[in-house]
Ligand binder design. Structure first.
Ligand SMILES: Nc1ncnc2c1ncn2[C@@H]1O[C@H](COP(=O)(O)OP(=O)(O)OP(=O)(O)O)[C@@H](O)[C@H]1O
Ligand SMILES: [Mg+2]
Length: 538
């Protein structure tokens, strides 16, 4: 192989490689044109594409020996049906023209513009898979240079095939990408719109204090700062956190919640940051961790005040660096997560007492929302109660007529240390106790509430309330507010079933009828709560 041939082989190899590497089109095409120009010994190789709206050809890609000519070509436009390019587009067949500037079809304005005289020229159509033309690839030599040969034409024809495929793929990809972007924008807008229409639908409130909470939640949703939600237990911190996510631009990305108090200290780091398989005993699989699961969205750190101090340092580092490193891993992963944290503690006191890192506190507390306790917004109580009552009645399949005036007075005056959650428990229990068609009266509510300071029982206790009082006389755990709803429900259910069994002298069948459940269901519950019926069993 001669040196010239070897050089040629190297260039063809490089060109094929460039296509195989699927480079970005704007790197690939100029590179390929440059190599092709060298191979052909051409003065210029360029691509002309169709602008269908203007019915013109333009030169998006040019490789020229003369930079000034290249600049002029980028600006040039040729009417679609003019020139040799126009003829090639029409016939879809390549052409080798020996003396182009003498050819009657030649579009001389381009030569005028570039101040050159074209000698020989090869033009090859760029055809899509369905044979429709998208443009032309042209190689030119100036007058005085030797003319192109048919070998040169074959080489350009091969390049034209590869370029046409690359261009068509890129266009298809662009179209898909654009419609995908459009859809994504539309979905996001629709979701935000939906959320905006019932932005705080599940948060029931009429008080000015809560309007302020909503106002701040909206402001928080619109900013990108970290948000800290403070409020006593059961005030609705999580509801507000979810609402902020729902109305923010991250609505279509995940909302991931973790209760920092509920995860054992040793596991918190791997929960949050993930771990590699085998990082510690029990780590059987790789786990991505909540930070990465929440990527692009919101991570809700509930009860942040309970986070151990060493963990606070690690969290701070992640927030500062925007990267998490899974336990047992050597690599870090970039994360873009918005933090909403919540606490029922006074973190400033904790900071003062060095139980909470001040740098982390300031980082999390870029924006604070304080949710007032129920006793500071008593005007919300009747509405919340009646909505919760509807829901509970529906769940129990009962018709309840609402609350008596005394009951409203009672609940509105109560202290509610457990806030809305406690109110919810009370209403659920009262609905369970009430008979079909009844109106909830003070007697349906728990004794603490009824006999609380300044709230004497204002009407005769109903049979249900009597049963309940008996139940409470039994030794056993008293209801602790702030415990989970499931615990409270289970505790209540156990004592309620025990009462009913007592009323029916332990007769399971009659108790089941009275409770409106099947015998089997009742027996399951009795087993679950270790309750016993009469010896006869029915
Ligand atoms: N304004 C409200 N309207 C309707 N339901 C509410 C409202 N506030 C709270 N709730 C309900 O009360 C319960 C407690 O709410 P949430 O879990 O958001 O409170 P929290 O402040 O996070 O409590 P904790 O500190 O105990 O975690 C939930 O069942 C929630 O649906
Ligand atoms: Mg909570």
């Amino acid at each position: 192989m001669s040196a010239g041939q070897e050089n040629r082989a190297v260039k063809i190899y490089e060109m094929a490689n460039a296509f195989a590497q699927r480079l970005d089109l704007d790197d690939l095409i100029p590179f390929a044109l440059e190599r092709c120009r060298e191979l052909l010994g051409a003065d210029g190789v360029s691509i002309l594409l169709i602008d269908p709206e203007k019915r013109e050809l333009y030169f998006p890609y040019v490789s020229e020996s003369d930079p000034e000519a290249a600049r002029k070509l980028f600006e040039a436009r040729i009417p679609l049906d003019c020139g040799i390019a126009g003829a090639v587009l029409k016939s879809r067949r390549g052409e080798l023209v020996l003396d182009a500037h003498r050819d009657p079809r030649f579009f001389s304005q381009v030569d005028d513009k570039t101040r050159t005289i074209t000698g020989s020229l090869i033009a090859m159509p760029l055809l899509n898979k369905d044979d429709t033309p998208q443009g032309v690839i042209e190689a030119v030599r100036r007058v005085g240079e030797p003319a192109f040969t048919t070998d040169d034409m074959t080489l350009l024809e091969q390049l034209a095939g590869s370029v046409a495929i690359a261009l068509e793929n890129a266009q298809q990809f662009k179209r898909i990408r654009e419609s995908e972007d459009r859809l994504r924008i539309e979905v996001g807008a629709l979701r935000r719109e939906l959320a905006r229409n019932d932005r705080f639908a599940e948060i029931i409130a009429v008080s000015p204090a809560m309007s302020e909470v909503f106002r701040r939640a909206e402001a928080a949703a619109a900013s990108i700062k970290s948000v800290l939600i403070q409020g006593e237990t059961g005030t609705g911190k999580e509801l507000v956190a979810r609402a902020i996510h729902r109305i923010s631009t991250r609505a279509d990305r995940p909302f991931v919640a973790i209760n920092c108090a509920a995860v054992p200290e040793g596991l918190l780091e791997s929960e949050l940051f993930g771990h590699r398989r085998g990082a510690f005993s029990g780590a059987l699989e790789d786990q991505v961790g909540l930070f990465r699961a929440a990527n692009g969205g919101v991570l809700f750190l509930d009860e942040i005040g309970e986070m151990p101090i060493q963990m606070q340092a690690k969290l701070l580092r992640v927030l500062q660096e925007g990267e998490v490193k899974p336990v047992g891993d050597t690599r870090s992963h970039k994360v873009d997560v918005r933090i909403i944290s919540a606490t029922n503690r006074d973190l400033e006191i904790d900071v003062h007492e060095r139980k909470f890192r001040s740098d982390l506190f300031y980082r999390l507390n870029a924006f604070t929302i304080r949710i007032p306790p129920l006793r500071e917004r008593r005007e919300d109580i009747p509405l919340i109660a009646s909505r919760l009552l509807e829901a509970a009645a529906r769940a129990h399949g009962k018709t309840i007529q609402g609350l008596t005036a005394e009951a409203v007075q009672l609940i509105q005056a109560a202290e509610w240390p457990g806030n809305v959650r406690q109110l919810q428990n009370e209403i659920e229990q009262a609905v369970a106790l009430a008979r079909e068609g009844e109106t909830l009266a003070p007697a349906h509510f728990s004794r603490e509430l009824v006999t609380g300071p300044g709230h004497p029982i204002s009407s005769e206790p109903s049979a249900g309330a009597q049963a309940r009082s008996d139940a409470e006389a039994r030794p056993g755990p008293s209801p602790t507010f702030g415990a989970s709803l499931n615990d409270a429900r289970a505790r209540f259910e156990a004592s309620f079933i025990a009462d009913m069994l007592a009323r029916f002298n332990g007769n399971v069948s009659r108790t089941a009828v009275a409770l409106g459940v099947s015998r089997v269901t009742l027996q399951k519950k009795m087993k679950e709560y270790a309750l016993r019926g009469s010896a006869s069993g029915n």
